[in-house]
Design a protein around this ligand. Structure first.
Ligand SMILES: Cc1cc2nc3c(=O)[nH]c(=O)nc-3n(C[C@H](O)[C@H](O)[C@H](O)COP(=O)(O)O)c2cc1C
Length: 175
């Protein structure tokens, strides 16, 4: 199983990227492809840009990464209760390139933040929206208070959260 993982953030110290990588490494796929949204930064989507110049090459490459995966692990940073502008721009372009962006793909969706809500609102948005682009959401995981519950060396330090994640990952294969 080919696994693609990324944090839906352009922060170079993204806690969501850390969580996505940590999780993807525990899925047990045969191949792990980790991407960074900074490598797909393009001008803000506009219908006129799309008509005049078409979908940028970086977005075509992003879509190819999606196409090459069996399972996609995404952890969303939450900005003002929504997607980061960095992710939303890539998502808007990518869905203009291929509306059924996640067709035949399994997705494991997560969110984390330093706060107690852990990015719940953005996670719910993605869970609601992504099936309309063909996604089969095989699990989701909300990880509150990242800095309290995650150690860069040891990983997840809260036993209940760790057990919950392991159970959800097991369910991917059972379900
Ligand atoms: C513009 C902005 C808006 C934010 N809004 C929220 C928010 O609505 N909810 C939340 O939990 N954290 C919010 N945060 C804090 C982020 O969760 C925090 O910066 C986190 O590290 C972002 O994830 P990342 O490190 O993966 O980029 C916000 C941060 C910024 C810069």
């Amino acid at each position: 199983m080919k696994v693609l993982a990324f944090g839906a953030s352009n922060s170079t110290h993204s806690i969501n990227k850390q969580l996505a990588i940590y999780t993807a490494e525990r899925v047990g796929g045969s191949e792990l492809n980790i991407i960074d949204l900074n490598d797909f930064e393009v001008a803000i989507f506009s219908p006129e840009r799309n008509t005049l110049s078409g979908v940028p090459e970086a977005i075509v490459q992003f879509v190819e990464h999606i196409q090459g995966a069996d399972l996609i692990v995404i952890s969303f940073a939450e900005y003002n209760s929504s997607y980061t502008a960095a992710f939303k721009n890539i998502f808007d372009w990518a869905t203009q390139c291929k509306y059924q962006l996640f067709e035949n793909k399994k997705l494991f969706l997560m969110a984390t933040s330093p706060g107690t809500r852990g990015g719940l609102t953005v996670l719910e948005s993605a869970i609601d929206r992504f099936p309309r682009h063909g996604a089969e959401i095989v699990g989701s995981f909300l990880f509150p208070e990242f800095h309290k519950n995650f150690d860069p060396e040891k990983g997840i330090t809260d036993v209940d959260l760790l057990n919950s994640l392991h159970q959800k990952l097991k369910n991917i294969f059972l379900g």
